[in-house]
Design a protein around this ligand. Structure first.
Ligand SMILES: [Zn+2]
Ligand SMILES: [Zn+2]
Length: 345
């Protein structure tokens, strides 16, 4: 069966939607699915990410006693999401919510709302970053299959694309070299600041391997203090390389400006990488404060905690700096649905 890409300018097309039903092929549909069914599935999927579109298709097949609804339903759901995307886009235009970085600046009311004459805070914006390996996707080549061509790109401003991420690839290598030199220096045992050696994520780039059978090997996200997702990117055929946090950090620093603070499970070691990267001067001029979240911080040694644990950093209040973990506890539920999807999905 050949797959035609859905072409957005084909709808809203009077041949596609009649009486609240969405035709399942662009020109001569023989099957139609009600908008209400698609809207219901979307909400089921948001509240129960394990409930995949394939499971929904099978349920519909049983209900109607047919066995061929799989592709129809997938297409119809794609078109439905496309329609919602355009509705959102037009609404955002009217509401003037489409300016650059609007979502990062306004996603969280607690972070972004300023009172008149509010006293300046020691830390103006507090966010956390981290990677997670649950949302992997198998490379089709693993099965000897040719990957299905799907030219669609993610259009959400959540995503930092691969090209932008890779701009930080080379700036990292130089800093990693410096870093290894520092680790190799002999030091007093009780003064050893050994997080770099203890944590795989903090180690040199060449040690951060990932199984070659996966194309995307996970996600790297930035969340605000209150667990709103600010940015994310795919980790591609690799472990948690420094280019991922650097790419996100670059955008966040330029948006948030001075006096931001960032928690990262290897914040102690990463601050050195950041300082040696092309972002180093900017981070320093904006007074960025790195820290290690409270949950991860207790696995670092005592000397590290004194410098990097939020408990000892003024302005952190009661935050534990682990917003990403809260996001992952939800995104992990999506994992079984991403293994065999197309890159776009
Ligand atoms: Zn540490
Ligand atoms: Zn917030």
């Amino acid at each position: 069966m050949s797959f035609q890409p859905l072409i957005s300018h084909r709808y809203p097309n009077e041949t596609l939607i009649y009486h609240g039903y969405l035709g399942c092929s662009p020109l001569y549909p023989s099957v139609a699915i009600s908008i209400r069914t698609l809207a219901t599935y979307r909400q089921y999927h948001q509240t129960c990410p394990q409930f995949s579109i394939q499971a929904q298709c099978k349920a519909l097949c049983h209900l109607h006693n047919v066995g061929l609804l799989m592709c129809h339903n997938l297409y119809a759901y794609d078109v439905y999401l496309e329609i919602l995307h355009h509705v959102d886009r037009r609404l955002n235009e009217v509401r003037k919510c489409n300016t650059p970085n609007w979502r990062i600046l306004n996603a969280c009311p607690c972070c972004s709302y300023k009172l008149d004459e509010e006293a300046p805070q020691v830390i103006d914006r507090l966010f956390s970053i981290n990677g997670n390996n649950s949302l992997k996707r198998w490379a089709s080549l693993t099965y000897g299959l040719t990957p299905r061509v799907d030219p669609r790109q993610a259009r959400s401003d959540y995503w930092v694309d691969r090209v932008t991420v890779d701009k930080f690839k080379d700036t990292v290598r130089r800093s990693e070299d410096d870093w290894e030199d520092q680790v190799a220096k002999p030091v007093e045992p009780e003064l050893t600041f050994n997080c770099t050696e203890r944590w795989r994520n903090a180690g040199p780039e060449q040690r951060k391997k990932m199984f070659a059978v996966f194309d995307e090997s996970g996600i790297f996200v930035a969340t605000c203090w209150h667990r709103f997702v600010l940015l994310m990117c795919d980790m591609v055929r690799s472990g948690e390389l420094a280019k991922y946090p650097l790419a996100l950090m670059s955008q966040l620093l330029s948006v948030f400006g001075a006096n931001a603070s960032c928690a990262y499970d290897i914040g102690c070691a990463f601050s050195k990488t950041l300082g040696n990267s092309s972002l180093g001067p900017l981070a320093q001029s904006l007074n960025l404060r790195m820290m290690v979240g409270a949950f991860h911080g207790h696995a670092h040694n005592r000397r590290c905690q004194l410098d990097w644990h939020p408990m000892y950093i003024e302005g952190t209040g009661l935050t534990e700096g682990e917003g990403c973990e809260h996001v992952f506890s939800s995104s992990n539920e999506l994992a079984q649905g991403t293994r065999h999807t197309s890159r776009f999905h």
